[in-house]
Design a protein. Structure first.
Ligand SMILES: Cc1cc2nc3c(=O)[nH]c(=O)nc-3n(C[C@H](O)[C@H](O)[C@H](O)COP(=O)(O)OP(=O)(O)OC[C@H]3O[C@@H](n4cnc5c(N)ncnc54)[C@H](O)[C@@H]3O)c2cc1C
Length: 371
């Protein structure tokens, strides 16, 4: 591809910072850099027509962990690490709200619930018995107990008698969040180029040569915010994890309001006005879902429908209006990788299923690696 002198001069010369990926992390990183260096030329490259990983495809839970998720985390990480991660999720949500405003996010704090199917009796009892301990661990962060027991007021079927309620959990409109974030980035004078796939990069003495599918150019610093796709650019700590979702058509007099978790977070659903968005089931085929292919499988989609019909909406007819999938970034540890990759290359990736909460913070911390 050969650019005109004008194109080269305005878009591809003297670039201070190039960010790969226009998800929550990349856009927040770009904003933070532009705030710190107002005169800098900041460019964001995105392979999709829209952001095409997880940021425009997620469930919009403004959450920091269901009780069973925290208990599971405590089985694999130290207490300090678990508390630290909850703090990061809370801090990330605070930055997101300050940055975009609750109205632009359509943020609603309707509370979060965890329900346990008949087969989940052991986990249910573990959660009830460990709830006081987890509450006391998190109390210093929230100044109150997070989890309490509540009845099955939504008439879910085939579940254990009670639900666990989290009074601090909220939900937002993912589309509105990303629209207003993109607007803010563009208003700051940051250029975003879509449909540009970065294939690789190489360091020169003072800069980085970025190779895209159709052209290459130089940038002073390169910041990688490609999360689930990070291993394609040589960051081995991240594995892709596909998450599949469906949404119903509007349901008259929908009685379900809030965010809901099942099976240690492997299933999640919420209302969006009078619809139910329902996702999960990755645990049915963990190896098969370790992919960057944005596709659906009948195994998972059928299971979602069965649970919707038998457990969540047993007495309510519904239609599925749309199905989709997104790609998350996972790894050995439930912790983002924010690091310097080489002289002038940095990355902020592996956000797990937590990026709505921690994405703004990870983007900021990625930008802060630049000294
Ligand atoms: C179905 C689903 C439900 C979820 N629900 C929640 C939730 O309720 N709450 C929560 O906190 N989190 C949730 N998450 C996780 C959250 O969405 C992610 O952690 C977050 O969006 C990650 O943001 P990111 O910017 O790091 O990555 P992404 O949004 O994936 O952005 C990375 C971008 O990089 C681009 N890219 C990749 N490779 C290249 C390349 N070589 N060249 C150019 N561009 C490239 C991709 O197209 C993509 O747009 C969910 C995720 C999914 C998939």
């Amino acid at each position: 591809m050969s650019f005109s002198w004008w194109e080269h001069d305005s878009w591809f010369s003297n670039i201070d910072f190039t960010i790969i990926g226009s998800g929550i992390t990349g856009l927040n990183c770009a904003l933070q850099l532009k705030t710190r260096y107002p005169a800098a030329k900041v460019l964001v490259l995105e392979r999709g027509l829209l952001p095409n990983g997880a940021s425009t495809k997620n469930a919009g839970f403004a959450c920091f962990g269901s009780l069973s998720e925290i208990i599971d985390d405590l089985n694999h990480h130290s207490e300090e690490d678990v508390v630290e991660l909850v703090k990061k999720r809370v801090e990330g949500l605070k930055i997101l709200r300050e940055n975009l405003g609750d109205a632009n996010l359509d943020l609603q704090v309707n509370g979060g619930y965890e329900l346990f199917t008949k087969n989940d009796r052991e986990m249910y009892e573990t959660c009830l018995s460990k709830m006081p301990k987890v509450n006391s661990l998190l109390n210093p962060i929230f100044g109150a107990d997070v989890y309490s027991v509540t009845g099955n007021k939504f008439n879910f079927r085939k579940i254990q008698p009670d639900l666990i309620f989290n009074q601090f959990e909220g939900q937002l409109d993912t589309g509105k969040m990303m629209t207003s974030l993109l607007q803010k980035v563009q208003a700051a004078g940051i250029k975003i180029l879509n449909s540009v796939t970065v294939n690789g990069f190489s360091e020169t003495n003072t800069a980085v040569e970025v190779e895209t599918e159709h052209f290459s150019f130089y940038t002073n610093k390169l910041l990688i915010a490609t999360n689930g796709f990070a291993s394609q650019l040589g960051i081995p700590e991240v594995k892709p994890a596909r998450a599949q979702v469906l949404i119903t058509a509007p349901i008259a007099d929908l009685h379900i309001k809030g965010t809901f978790h099942m099976e240690e977070g492997y299933y999640y659903f919420r209302n969006i006005n009078n619809r139910i968005l329902f996702g999960g089931g990755r645990n049915l085929n963990l190896k098969g879902e370790e992919t960057t292919e944005l596709a659906l499988t009948s195994l998972i989609q059928q299971k979602l429908e069965v649970l919707l019909k038998n457990v969540i909406l047993p007495n309510t007819p519904f239609k599925i209006e749309r199905r989709w999938s997104g790609i998350m970034g996972m790894g050995e540890q439930k912790k983002p990788v924010i690091k310097q990759v080489s002289n002038n290359v940095f990355c902020g990736v592996r956000l797990g299923g937590m990026g709505v909460a921690i994405g703004s913070l990870v983007g900021k911390e990625l930008a802060d690696l630049i000294k």
